[in-house]
Design a protein around this ligand. Structure first.
Ligand SMILES: [Cu+2]
Length: 266
C-alpha cells in the first residue's frame, strides 16, 4: 500500500512537470514592450518554485515508502519537531517569496505607478455587466463629463454623455472595440459602471481590475498589429462568461481612418 501511494505521488509529480515542460497550454506570443520582462519573471518564479515542488513531492514519496508499516510490530514514536529546522525553512521561504516579489515589482510598477509618457494616447475603458465600452476624447483631446441620469443603453448612451450641452462631449467617440496604435504608448483610464471587472489581454501580458468609483490609469505599448481578445477576468455576475470585446492594434494611418468612421457613427 505504501509503495502504491508513493508511486502515485511520484507519477503526479512527473506528469505535472511534463505538462509544464511540454508547454501544451501556454501563453500566446507576446505583443507588448514590457512582455519579455513579465515572461522572464514568470519563468524564473516557475523554475524556482518548480524545483522546490519536485524536491518536496519526491521527498514525500520517499518518506511514505521508507517509514511504511513493515509488519514487525514496532510502535511509531511522536516527535515535537525541530525548532531549528522549522526556523530555517520558514526564513528560506520568506527570502524566496520576498525576493521574487521585489524583482517583479519594478516591471509591474512601471505600468501601474509610473507616469505615462506625455505623448501617450488616452482612452477610457468602461466595464459594465456584461459589456465593454471605450471612449476616445476626439479632436479636442478632452473627455466630456458623464451623467448617471443620462445613461440609457436603449439609445446607446452607455456612458451618460450630454452631447447637446457639454462642449467637451460633442466630439467624444464611444465604441465597443478598442483600437490602439502600434509602437506608441497608450494610457487606459479604467472605469466601471457597476461591479468590479478586470481588463485582461493575454497577448499584452496585462491584467488590471476596474473598480466602481475609481479611475485607474495604466499604460503600455503594443508592438504587433492584429486582433486580440479582451476578456473580463473577474467573476462579475451571471453573464460574466460572455463579457468580451476585441483589441485591434493598427498603424497610425489605419487608426485615423477607423476613428473617422467611428466618429461618423456617433
Ligand atoms: Cu466583468
Amino acid at each position: 500500500m505504501a509503495l502504491a501511494i508513493a508511486l502515485v505521488v511520484a507519477i503526479i509529480t512527473v506528469v505535472s512537470v511534463g505538462l509544464f515542460w511540454a508547454q501544451i497550454w501556454w501563453f500566446p506570443a507576446d505583443i507588448s514592450a514590457h512582455g519579455p520582462s513579465v515572461d522572464h519573471q514568470f519563468m524564473l518564479t516557475l523554475i524556482i518554485t518548480g524545483v522546490i515542488f519536485v524536491l518536496a513531492q519526491f521527498g514525500l514519496a520517499y518518506f511514505v515508502w521508507r517509514y511504511r508499516d513493515q509488519g514487525d510490530g514496532r510502535k511509531s514514536s511522536y516527535s515535537h519537531g525541530n525548532n531549528k529546522l522549522e526556523a530555517t525553512w520558514t526564513i528560506a521561504a520568506a527570502i524566496v517569496f520576498v525576493g521574487l516579489n521585489l524583482m517583479g515589482y519594478r516591471v509591474w510598477a512601471g505600468l501601474h505607478f509610473a507616469e505615462a509618457d506625455p505623448g501617450a494616447m488616452q482612452i477610457e475603458v468602461w466595464g459594465q455587466q456584461f459589456a465593454w465600452y471605450f471612449r476616445y476624447p476626439g479632436p479636442d483631446g478632452k473627455f466630456g463629463p458623464t451623467h448617471v441620469d443620462k445613461v440609457n443603453d436603449a439609445t446607446a448612451n452607455y456612458l451618460g454623455l450630454d452631447r447637446e450641452h457639454d462642449a467637451d462631449s460633442k466630439d467624444d467617440i464611444v465604441t465597443s472595440t478598442l483600437s490602439i496604435p502600434v509602437n506608441r504608448p497608450v494610457q487606459l483610464l479604467l472605469r466601471s459602471k457597476d461591479v468590479t471587472h478586470s481588463f485582461f489581454v493575454r497577448e499584452l501580458r496585462f491584467k488590471q481590475d476596474l473598480v466602481p468609483g475609481m479611475i485607474i490609469p495604466v499604460h503600455f505599448t503594443a508592438t504587433q498589429t492584429g486582433r486580440y481578445e479582451i476578456a473580463c477576468a473577474e467573476l462579475c455576475g451571471l453573464g460574466h462568461y460572455r463579457m468580451r470585446a476585441f483589441l485591434q492594434v493598427m498603424s497610425d494611418e489605419d487608426l485615423k481612418k477607423w476613428l473617422q468612421t467611428m466618429a461618423e457613427q456617433q
